[in-house]
Design a protein around this ligand. Structure first.
Ligand SMILES: C[S@@+](CC[C@H](N)C(=O)[O-])C[C@H]1O[C@@H](n2cnc3c(N)ncnc32)[C@H](O)[C@@H]1O
Length: 406
């Protein structure tokens, strides 16, 4: 494809992404994968260039543009090289006219600004849209086997700060086919997610519940922290979710990681406790990695800004409160709830924890980290928890709190 045809194809892909975002359809990544499957004539160089242009437009506009062309025309107004490709010849997009519609507005949805955690300044907000690096967690169990087999760990990564055991690579690194990835010696996981697992302070012999385990990214990190001498989970590690498709990925990932003895439980939405009856007041730690706005992960999924609405945010806040109340029932006296969201709104973070503490007498917030003095202490205080952000911590945006049952 020539450069002008790539621009026209980018307009068409943006149209598909805009329609999906408006109708609650698939996320941009999924739309793009389907789009290119139907256009086999686009080679890998074409796909890369088209994606780059489309994601540049998604990052630039905080609210949904009326269509793909209006977004790319607005970009072309500030980019003479791009504007020169709107020639109308062959597969090129039509010539730009002075009075045709242009996408407008800032990169942060305007309605969301008053909802942001007060720590999110304009500079912080911009960093939320910069490209994220590729972080991996090292799975010590499989890393040792990899070494025994004479296979290499990926090179070129920077170690993540201790006590995390992980590496950071440039954002365009592809490790999918690397033996360390295929054999489970490394797992893709943002450093912020690794810090959440660390905040659980899970150890061998404990009873730990990962209430919203999804496909088990943090469950596997918890399993590593609870490993006995044979490498298997020592204690009880329960991983739950209401999404069967996600939870079904956990056994496959656990097998690859060499982890056994995770108790996976599919929950019925609104009847979650029925499957957790045996755990009432017995858990040392319950992790609530709650469904959230995802506003902390916009550097990976910038189209999330086009899907979030005030109504959706309100629904999420109510659901998080319900899940926290439910999780509290599972915590043993002296045990802890760890609440986390990959979100940077006040309602989902500090206000959520403040209202939990107001509802539950006898619970108190405690420090999120309990590492020896001098260890890394990411994030900044936000109410009773800590807020991690790309600008301050070089992680995705997360809120984390530890709440203790007396
Ligand atoms: C932020 S994601 C969790 C990510 C996961 N912990 C990880 O590390 O990859 C939130 C999860 O909560 C799950 N969820 C939503 N409602 C739930 C409920 N009522 N009970 C348990 N899990 C729920 C979603 O299906 C989703 O997988």
């Amino acid at each position: 494809m020539n450069p002008a045809a790539r621009v026209q194809t980018a307009i068409e892909l943006l149209d598909a992404i805009i329609i999906a975002a408006r109708d609650g359809g698939a996320a941009a990544d999924t739309v793009a994968t389907r789009f290119f499957k139907e256009r086999r004539y686009a080679g890998s160089g074409d796909r890369r260039a088209i994606r780059e242009l489309v994601w540049r437009a998604i990052r630039r506009f905080g609210k949904i543009p009326i269509n793909g062309r209006s977004a790319l025309v607005a970009l072309a107004d500030k980019d003479a090289d791009l504007a020169a490709l709107f020639t109308g010849e062959g597969r090129a997009p039509g010539v730009i006219s002075a009075d045709e519609p242009r996408a407008t507005g800032s990169d942060m949805p305007k309605w969301l600004v008053p909802h942001l955690d007060p720590l999110i300044t304009e500079r912080e907000a911009q960093a939320l849209l910069e490209r994220a690096p590729l972080d991996v967690r090292i799975n010590a169990l499989r890393a040792a086997q990899l070494e025994d087999d004479g296979l290499p760990m990926p090179t070129g990564g920077e170690p993540l700060p201790a006590p995390l055991l992980g590496l950071r690579f440039a954002s365009d690194t592809n490790l999918l086919d690397h033996p360390a990835m295929q054999l489970g010696a490394v797992e893709v996981q943002d450093a912020g997610s690794q810090w959440i697992a660390h905040a659980c302070q899970a150890r061998a012999g404990m009873t730990v519940v990962d209430l919203c385990a999804g496909a088990g990214g943090k469950t596997l990190a918890l399993a590593a922290a609870m490993a006995g001498p044979d490498g298997d989970v020592d204690g009880l590690l329960v991983a739950c979710d209401t999404d069967r498709r996600r939870l079904q990925q956990l056994p496959v990932r656990a097998e690859r990681a060499g982890v056994e003895r995770i108790d996976a439980r599919l929950l019925d939405p609104r009847r979650e406790l029925e499957a957790l009856d045996d755990l009432t007041q017995v858990a040392d730690v319950v992790l609530v990695d709650a469904p959230c706005s995802g506003s902390g992960t916009w550097r990976r999924n910038p189209d999330g800004r086009w899907r979030l609405t005030p109504q959706r945010l309100a629904v999420l806040v109510t659901e998080q409160a319900r899940l926290l109340d439910l999780a509290a029932k599972l915590v043993a006296p002296g045990g802890a709830l760890v609440y986390a969201v990959c979100a940077i709104t006040r309602e989902e973070g500090e206000a959520q924890v403040a209202s939990f503490l107001a509802r539950h007498a006898g619970w108190t917030a405690e420090p999120v980290w309990n590492d020896p003095a001098g260890a890394a202490s990411p994030g900044r205080p936000s109410g009773a928890g800590r807020l991690l952000t790309p600008a301050h911590d070089a992680t995705d945006g997360f809120f984390i709190a530890r709440i203790k049952a007396v």
